[in-house]
Design a protein around this ligand. Structure first.
Ligand code: 5AD
Ligand code: SF4
Length: 431
């Protein structure tokens, strides 16, 4: 979501006449778009800000003015700390107010001395105020839903991105058509809880994610569709049927389970048990037998015992995820889990994370190895490290690099997989 938001902000700045530079010494404006999901992500901001301020001071000595701005979820949660710890920050905008970026920059040009902060949960939808979106390449994100009403006890999202909001169907379709017209072949539909999507259609009727996916699949030029991130308890029959019916919907689904222990899932306030999760996955795989899964995991949630952790490992052994993201539980101020008793020791969290990741990587590697010899359609998205090489993704989100002519960038091309590691594939283009 942050990549999507950053892209939309960059387009706004472009409309104001800004040009991107990769050299911070040249930048009149430095903007940090931030994440608050875990402590590490948030802390990184303050060290980055310190470095940016050194450059700001150097530039000031040369008579050049630098504006430093912060956007994203850290602003929503820690606006006062930003103003206090980094008073040289000129402005800060929350994730729901970044459409006010141009207005903010004008205010600063009128010489405000203090950090200007806007962390409203505004009544207007920012999407109505953003300039038209445009594809950056063959693969684009499209936010259709934002915020979350689930209140998992460890998570800051309901507090930073606010209550669930779904963009109207026609607005989403219009943005998708623009992305296709500017070169996109693959669209990844985004939302913190995307399968609770309930946007209004042209007649004011609420429609679900399955409806939206079917409408998107009708747009000529969309070759691939994905959606991220889904909540297991909200996977309905309509959505499952999309995996059976829609050729464009890729056979890879990110469906976070967090833990395999029902006791821990309950303490996390997740509305599903491990059994219900397994059942949803079975039904999805029945709809599309080629479907492979990905997930998020948290280890060391308060009260997690060795037995609970074993149950997570058991679930992984059953599903054999082909990719996964796993984290040590991070205590987030203001969330219910932060004040729970039975916090797990750091050492134990680390041990469990190592064990879990080893298991997850082994399945990821197995899947990648099993891809060797197969021909897969690859959407080439960027240049490789070596000259004459392109990097792209298979339908299963595996990174693949191959010798390929530049003209194949942003195209879907058949590639025979020749070798594999845990993290990537390499192959030969078949023309
Ligand atoms: N600590 C660790 N991981 C977290 N996540 C969300 N909140 C926390 C937290 N407090 C993880 C979840 C979620 C992913 C985006 O980040 O696994 O699915
Ligand atoms: Fe956070 Fe996802 Fe739970 Fe919502 S469903 S509270 S975004 S972890």
């Amino acid at each position: 979501m942050n990549v999507y938001d950053s892209h939309r902000m960059a387009l706004m700045l472009e409309n104001m006449g800004y040009v991107e530079t990769l050299d911070q010494h040249e930048a009149d404006l430095v903007l940090f778009n931030t994440c608050h999901i875990r402590e590490k992500a948030a802390e990184k901001l303050f060290s980055d800000l310190g470095r940016a301020n050194l450059i700001k001071e150097e530039r000031a000595a040369e008579g050049k003015k630098t504006i430093i701005g912060v956007t994203g979820c850290v602003v929503q949660a820690e606006d006062e700390q930003i103003a206090k710890r980094a008073p040289y920050v000129d402005f800060a905008l929350g994730p729901l107010t970044y459409h006010r970026l141009p207005e903010m920059l004008l205010k600063i040009k009128r010489k405000h001395a203090e950090t200007l902060i806007d962390t409203d949960f505004p009544p207007e939808a920012k999407f109505d105020f953003l300039p038209e979106n445009r594809a950056e390449g063959g693969c684009s994100y499209l936010a259709v839903q934002e915020g979350c009403d689930n209140f998992c006890t460890y998570c800051v999202v309901p507090y930073t991105r606010g209550a669930e909001y779904s963009r109207p169907v026609e607005e989403v379709l219009a943005e998708a058509r623009r992305l296709v017209a500017t070169g996109t072949l693959e669209i990844n539909i985004l939302g913190q809880n995307v399968n609770s999507y309930h946007g209004e259609d042209a007649h004011g009727k609420e429609r679900n994610l399955a409806y939206l996916l079917r409408r998107l699949a009708e747009i000529e030029g969309i070759k691939r569709l994905r959606y991220t991130t889904s909540y297991p308890a909200d996977v309905d029959d309509d959505l499952i049927a999309c995996h059976r019916d829609l050729e464009q919907l890729m056979p890879y689904l990110h469906l976070p389970v967090q833990s395999g222990s029902d006791k821990i899932l309950k303490a996390m306030n997740r509305r599903h048990t491990s059994g219900q999760y397994l059942d949803v996955v079975a039904r999805l795989k029945e709809a599309n037998p080629k479907l492979e899964m990905s997930s998020d995991f948290i280890v060391g949630f308060p009260g997690e015992t060795d037995k609970d952790f074993e149950q997570t490992l058991d679930l992984v052994r059953k599903i054999k995820y082909i990719q996964a993201f796993s984290f040590k539980y991070s205590r987030r101020a203001g969330t219910p889990a932060a004040v729970m008793e039975n916090q797990v020791e750091e050492k134990v969290k680390k041990e469990r994370l190592d064990i879990l990741q080893n298991l997850l990587f082994s399945y990821q590697e197995q899947f990648n190895q099993a891809s060797v010899g197969k021909v897969m359609p690859v959407l080439f998205e960027q240049y490789g490290r070596h000259k004459g090489q392109l990097i792209g993704r298979t339908p299963y989100m595996q990174n693949l690099h191959a010798k390929a002519d530049e003209s194949l960038l942003n195209h879907i091309v058949d590639v025979r997989v020749e070798s594999a590691t845990t993290n990537s594939l390499s192959g030969k283009v078949i023309l």
